[in-house]
Write a protein that binds this ligand. Structure first.
Ligand SMILES: [Zn+2]
Length: 409
């Protein structure tokens, strides 16, 4: 595969010109000018390579290489949108990799049995509007018009207005998902540091983590820092500090792959000379096993209740996100593992600690996911980087996988 590395890097930079920020990085928010330009550039590229290219109602872009069994489609791809001032790899690598992989297969093996299709999805990040996975949710038919009707961006432009301005419109919700899609394979940067640390080029994702998020509000008494004896205080920072310490210690005791993060700590009145009467913080918990999440978060709730009582403060806990872990399709995972072994690719079986479009597809259609390393685990940042050798190894794994899925009976 002569020149594969160079081709991938060149295409990533070409596409990264749409929405490039003056000081480096890429900002390509849903239905923005740079988003439209990028999607049109991908469409022109697809057409030049002989794909049948088309947009759906909401702006997902598809390019198809028709197979002899044209009622069955193997889909690959990722999202075109970025976070504000993101990097060159998150999302767009999956699109570039998909197009290059399908092109390679076409040149080498000719027409596939099943359609090979690449998708450049409209939106995944939730960077412009408070809504995520708009692209994949529309593809699988679970996006709801009512969920975006009342939302607007930071400039007050409504979702619907932004969408219509670019010529797209809501999809008919009764339509559901296309019946021809038989599998979805997404390739993406890891956005973590595991592959790099273990010197692996490819990650085969077995599961995408489940997640719970909580907001905790502690209420005590704000009082004079000089005249309130220690024994008379209802100090929420003291209570919070013990809770947080225990929450993190308990997570370490459970061990990998459980991760928990306390953040967004707000103290009121946050003054040097006032006992803090209110403290709020958030908790993010992730694991690949739902039972582990439930058990651990029950312990967290108990700890918060016990410590609140001990410090005579009121604690309110609100769980506002509860997403189940999503296993990838075991059969396709096995296919990828075999492909990596046969092609001598340096791989690791792993899970994804971040959410991806693949988790929206997985409940509806057999789905798998591949990772390539992220240098220092950096992502959502202009400094995002993956070594060209690893980008190429990822595309090789994708080529082998798509061959097995689209060319074999
Ligand atoms: Zn992404």
């Amino acid at each position: 595969m002569e020149g594969l590395k160079e081709e991938i890097v060149r295409k990533l930079h070409d596409l990264g010109k749409f929405g490039n920020d003056p000081d480096g990085g890429v900002s390509r928010l849903l239905y923005s000018k740079s988003w439209v330009e990028a999607q049109n550039a991908v469409k022109a590229w697809l057409e030049k390579e002989g794909f049948e290219a088309r947009f759906d109602e909401v702006g997902n872009l598809f390019g198809t290489l028709i197979g002899t069994k044209s009622d069955e489609t193997i889909l690959t791809g990722s999202h075109i949108d970025t976070v504000k001032n993101g990097g060159l790899y998150d999302g767009q690598y999956g699109i570039v990799a998909g197009i290059i992989a399908i092109n390679y297969l076409k040149e080498k093996y000719g027409q596939p049995l099943r359609n090979l299709e690449v998708v450049s999805m409209a939106e995944e990040e939730g960077s412009r509007f408070p809504y995520t996975f708009w692209g994949s949710k529309n593809i699988v038919g679970i996006a709801k018009q009512k969920d975006v009707e009342t939302i607007a961006d930071f400039n007050g432009i409504s979702f619907e207005e932004a969408m219509k301005e670019t010529g797209f419109h809501f999809k008919d919700e009764s339509k559901g998902m296309r019946k021809d899609v038989k599998s979805f394979v997404e390739i993406h940067v890891e956005q973590g540091s595991i592959l790099e640390a273990e010197k692996k080029s490819v990650g085969i994702v077995q599961s995408i983590v489940g997640q719970r998020r909580f907001s905790v509000q502690l209420t005590g008494d704000s009082n004079h820092a000089g005249t309130t004896p220690m024994g008379h205080r209802r100090d929420t920072v003291y209570a919070a500090s013990q809770m947080i310490s225990e929450i993190i210690t308990m997570a370490k005791e459970v061990g990998d792959p459980l991760v928990t993060t306390v953040g967004n700590i707000e103290v009121k009145p946050n003054m040097v000379n006032v006992v803090p009467g209110k403290t709020n913080f958030t908790i993010d918990v992730r694991h690949i096993d739902k039972n582990e999440i439930v058990q651990y978060t029950n312990k967290v709730k108990n700890t918060i209740a016990t410590r609140a009582k001990e410090h005579d403060v009121e604690a309110e806990i609100d769980m506002w996100l509860d997403i189940d872990p999503v296993p990838m399709d075991a059969k396709i995972v096995k296919v990828i593992e075999t492909v990596c072994n046969v092609n001598d690719l340096n791989y690791k079986m792993m899970h994804s600690g971040a959410g991806h479009d693949a988790q929206i597809f997985a409940p509806v259609v057999p789905t798998a996911m591949l990772f390539v390393p992220s240098h220092k685990g950096i992502s959502h940042n202009p400094a995002e980087h993956t070594e060209p050798e690893d980008l190429a190894e990822g595309v090789k794994a994708l080529i082998g996988t798509l061959y097995e899925l689209a060319y074999k009976e």
